[in-house]
Design a binder for this molecule. Sequence first.
Ligand code: ADP
Ligand code: ZN
Length: 735
Amino acid sequence: MSDMQAEQEFFEEGSLVGVLTAEPLDRVLDYKAPEGGCWMGAFVQVPLGPRKVLGVVWGPGRGDWDPAKIRSVLKVLDVAPMRAEMREFLTRVGSYTLTPLSQMLRLATRAPGLADPPSMRKLYRMGYGEPDRMTDARTRVIAVLEEYGGVSFTLGELSEMAGVTSSVIKGLVKQGVVEEFDTPRDVPYLPLDPERDGKELTEAQAGAAAQICEGIRAGRYGTTLLKGVTGSGKTEVYLEAVAECLRQGRQALVLLPEIALTSEFLTRVKARFGAEPAEWHSGVTMTERRRCWRMVGQGAAQLIVGARSALYLPFRDLGLIVVDEEHDTSYKQEDGALYNARDMSVLRASLNDAQVVLASATPSLESWWNAESGKYTRIDLTDRFGPAVMPDMRAIDMRGEDLPGNRWISPTLQGAVRARLQAGEQALLFLNRRGYAPVTICRACGEQVGCDHCDARMVEHRFLKRLMCHQCGETKPMPEACPSCGVEGKMAPVGPGVERLAEEAAALFPEAKQAVLSSDLFGSARALKARIAEIAEGETDIIIGTQLVAKGHNFPRLTLVGVIDADLGLQGSDLRAAERTFQLMRQVAGRAGRAEKPGTALLQSFQPDHPVIRAILSGDEEGFWRAEADERRATGMPPFGRLAGIVISAPEAAAAFDLGTHLARSDAPIRAIDGIVYGPAPAPIARIRGRHRVRLLVKAPKGAPIQNALRQWLGGLKLPNNLRVAVDIDPQSFY
Ligand code: ADP
Ligand code: ZN
């Protein structure tokens, strides 16, 4: 950072500044500093052709433009300037992922109306006037305002609380009985108090917390892998770290993989610190987003709970990043800028002298290895808190079960569910497949209904009464007649999805109250949160769910988990198939027996002797990781080598292949770093949204400068308009 200090910090009016915009241009543009000058990093509005666009002062101007044509910055926005470490962060992530800076800036400015003047809203409180006459409605309004002392309300809140229409309140405003006033919408978040008492920690928890807090107090960078079985109190431990960070007057960020997690989490934060944190994820309204972005920049939000893109918020002084469920695949952004929020958290923290806590019951192999090799500190919490113990895990050998082809709940599993129902406990049936049936087939001709735009089968969703492509989201009605042979009434579902499983469970256990949890069944994050809260309360007897339920939720009455198809995911050609199956099964099994009652997990499998299934059942995690690591080391795969995926897409398959072949033949820059190019081959999903996809895979030794080589290799390409090339560094999935 030392060259940062030498940078010019202020630009006088009229001097040249370089402004980075979020527009897809390949350079920073020169402008004249506006009246009053501007600071380095200032957010500005600049003219670009006929438009006004948002930008950031990125440095002095280059001065290689006709001075007569250089225009002035229109205005400096009323938000905190982008800090040097943030500019450095965006630059580094961009160069690591080969993402243009303009696109990085877009990620860092994903709040609406940043250029608008502070927006105001009207609030209502008790005034001084006397009403000309009293009515019931008026009395209620006054009663509410009196009851709450000096508190102000919005029109909506006040009319709801008093049970009156807004015109009643407006009438009182006219007479001065109620006062109406304007106030800025973007208000600071309520302060969090780190000195409130937390839970009394166990010895192991307290030791873990002390170790992390020491790093925070020292104000230096460090990453800790906090590994602990579900329910061991990882959240309690990192909340202590958050408390220490707040005591130091610095900001903390907690990343969660799934917005569904936040409702439970917000309640815990409130109980610990006396107020709720700021939230940043797709379920947050535009107004709230804007408030969050601005307040984070001013330091008026101490703790932010968010999804991966919260990493790009303009923190004033970030001291701690927690990545909860760090192995979760949703941390990898799969379109646009292809970054992994877990890895980028580590980068961001190192630029900010901040601490990172990666929490998981089943860490990614990468993090496990980084701890093994000493790059990260590892802390283990081996026991569950209190009397809860790890579930008893067993396989149900499906080869020995007597089950018709269109049924999925084995007699053994049925018996176990029945026993739980009788004991008044909850059971969870887990199947990682949305919809009713994965395949719809014509029993007359054998045709399978596919998507018109993708190489994917259409999945029947009975709940929505449509067929849906899980690749592109296209839906169509269930056809009466076969689209291929025209025979009517022969279309039939094949295989199970959660909706079909629910049907089977309802028939088997008609007296049980059942709930299906699958991401597509809920219109909004709010509805989903509400449902999860209801289930946690214990209203439900049988929960049927997709991987949504595998994550973090706490269902105290749950004592049985039945995994319908433990083999799903083992067959993939994916490098990480074994690792994912291992993590998912352990997470799901971790749902059972979180409170006092011991849990049981039953895994239905046709290959109970598979090494992954055996590792899950025996609980020999270190053994599993060591075996998996040896395998990858032998083949030079990550984390022992580097990979980059290149996907070429085009309307015509031939054009994509031609470019792929051309690239494979001109691989000198890759060979120069001892790398190898594999392909071109059709991507596992060879067509998405009508575009044909061809894939190349680059493998290079661990320390090789793969980004530079890729830039040289791909930099000179002249692409026709309809051809696209996407680069994925450290690819997570291979589609
Ligand atoms: P994890 O994050 O590892 O899954 P949690 O922190 O959510 O574990 O803890 C599991 C449950 O145990 C939670 O309900 C939590 O409040 C409770 N718990 C954990 N540690 C303690 C403690 N020291 N005192 C009281 N309750 C605790
Ligand atoms: Zn499709």
